[in-house]
Design a protein. Structure first.
Length: 500
């Protein structure tokens, strides 16, 4: 993600400018002043006087200038002059890693201000914090000078880097991704980003919304970003600052809007259902072909309700995806409900509550049914319901459309079809961005595959069970998709209501 970012360090130069220009190479810079620590009538060692900005000034004035944000580095061309300044400044109570040599500047990252002191303040703080999973969005640690595995209570530190890392730097991380798209749907306790211009910080803050609720960043003292953060505290739930030498580290908790939760209870039968719990809503699937039972239907707005005879509750899923804005949503059935109880005999009061679902999703990305272990493969189950010839036809056509639209998932599809395990019945509760990702994937091929099967054979003339051929395949697709995406999955038991 660091691509396109540029940092032009502001330099207070101690040394000959022509020599500096001849040695700096392609590294960008901006000289904001010149300084000398010795000359006619002054000597820093003896009288604490420095010439900078064309005036003789004392050490406190220099310190104030360095901390003002007007300069990033006090750069010495001569290592001996740097040692002289550091030794005597230290005796006077001042030591700053902003004082550097030209070689140190040239070896520092070009994308951002780098200060070893900042790392040395951040790492101990992280070890004591509640952050256990961290996404290093800009590969900050890999571009610094401290290479450590960070062997502490972290369970995972991942990085995003569009450039190859050296092996010793790769050793810092659990995974290294080329871009955020490769990260997928993983969720982290925090994400670390380098200093940005305020407008670019805001863009990154929004972009990372689905990856984490906390942003860690640094801002140079007096910089535009520091002023931006401190001037917009009401935008955030919490802002903590940690001094790291010439920078402050900011730990910014995202201010989250109230949760808009809805778990849709899908029915295709004209039966009287009990009023569902808070946060649940009944939806009739296939209302375009089955008539109106008096419930919310899947035949309004952007819909595929007409395909319900073949795709089952998938038509309600499509409607949920296209026509709602809930931040958290799920799908269950008129006689199948999630429960947190180990006793799966049905009782209304044991239906998973809105509050319990949201609490689970603080730690997990998706709630699904407990994995089903069957004695047959998924292909054999469909053969039992639809016959071998019809199953082969459906699998061939679905596989063709999957190859065209989502070729990376062919191996997962084949694995699931030959597996005896499954997340059954399309039951889930998850966050909006994950549902969007799943539905974009599923409906990129399943509708076209269904239309081709209908052009090939008249499913409507078949009995009820084989007519649902595409629905049986679609039911397996959640497992196919989950197998390829890095999600924290929570399995819950299902209560089944008999007699409906």
């Amino acid at each position: 993600m660091q691509s396109g970012l540029s940092f032009v360090p502001k330099i207070l130069l101690c040394g000959d400018e022509s020599e500096f220009l001849s040695r700096i190479g392609e590294r960008p810079f901006k000289i904001v002043g010149h300084a000398k620590i010795a000359g006619d009538g002054f000597d820093f060692v003896h009288d604490n006087k420095i010439l900078f900005n064309d005036e003789l000034q004392d050490l406190p004035a220099l310190v104030k200038f360095l901390k003002s944000g007007a300069v990033d580095y006090f750069l010495f061309l001569n290592q001996r002059d740097l040692a002289t300044f550091r030794n005597n400044a230290y005796k006077r109570g001042f030591l700053s890693s902003q004082t550097v040599t030209l070689d140190q500047i040239k070896s520092s990252p070009t994308e951002f201000f780098y200060d070893t002191t900042a790392d040395l303040s951040l790492l101990p703080f992280l070890k004591k914090s509640s952050v256990k999973t961290l996404l290093d969005v800009d590969g900050y640690f890999a571009r610094g000078r401290i290479f450590t595995k960070l062997t502490n209570d972290f369970t995972e530190i991942d990085a995003v880097s569009d450039e190859p890392l050296t092996p010793i730097m790769e050793n810092i991380y659990t995974h290294v991704y080329k871009n955020l798209a490769e990260v997928g749907f993983k969720h982290y306790d925090a994400a670390l980003i380098i200093e940005r211009k305020p407008i670019d910080f805001d863009s990154a803050y929004i972009l990372l919304e689905n990856f984490t609720d906390e942003i860690i960043t640094f801002a140079r003292l007096g910089s535009g970003l520091e002023k931006h953060i401190r001037g917009n505290l009401k935008r955030f739930a919490q802002v903590r600052a940690l001094n790291g030498g010439a920078v402050n580290w900011y730990f910014i908790k995202r201010l989250k809007p109230p949760e808009d939760f809805c778990n849709y209870v899908v029915t295709y039968k004209n039966i009287k259902l009990a009023t569902p719990p808070e946060g649940y809503k009944i939806i009739q699937s296939g209302r375009a072909v089955n008539g109106d039972f008096g419930y919310l239907g899947d035949d309004t707005g952007d819909n595929i309700s007409r395909l319900n005879l073949y795709l089952n509750e998938i038509t309600a899923l499509y409607w949920m995806w296209k026509n709602t804005t809930h931040t958290t949503l799920g799908l269950c059935h008129y006689r199948r409900f999630f429960t947190a109880s180990n006793d799966t005999s049905y009782a209304y009061e044991k239906i998973l509550s809105r509050e319990d679902a949201l609490k689970i999703l603080e730690r997990y990305d998706i709630i699904v049914s407990e994995v089903y272990y069957g004695g047959l493969t998924q292909r054999e189950w469909i053969v039992n319901d639809c016959g071998k010839a019809l199953t082969n036809l459906g699998e061939t056509i679905i596989r063709k459309h999957l190859m065209q639209a989502q070729p990376d998932y062919l191996d997962s599809f084949d694995f699931v079809m030959n597996s005896s395990t499954l997340y059954k019945c399309n039951l889930f509760i998850t966050r909006r961005n994950i549902l969007d990702g799943y539905c974009r994937w599923l409906f990129s091929f399943i509708i076209d595959a269904t239309e081709e099967v209908l052009r090939t054979i008249n499913l409507a003339n078949l009995p009820f069970t084989p007519r649902r051929l595409l629905g049986f395949f679609a039911e397996r697709m959640l497992t196919v998709w989950l197998r390829k995406n890095r999600l924290r999955i929570k399995e819950l038991p299902i209560m089944f209501i008999e007699g409906l």
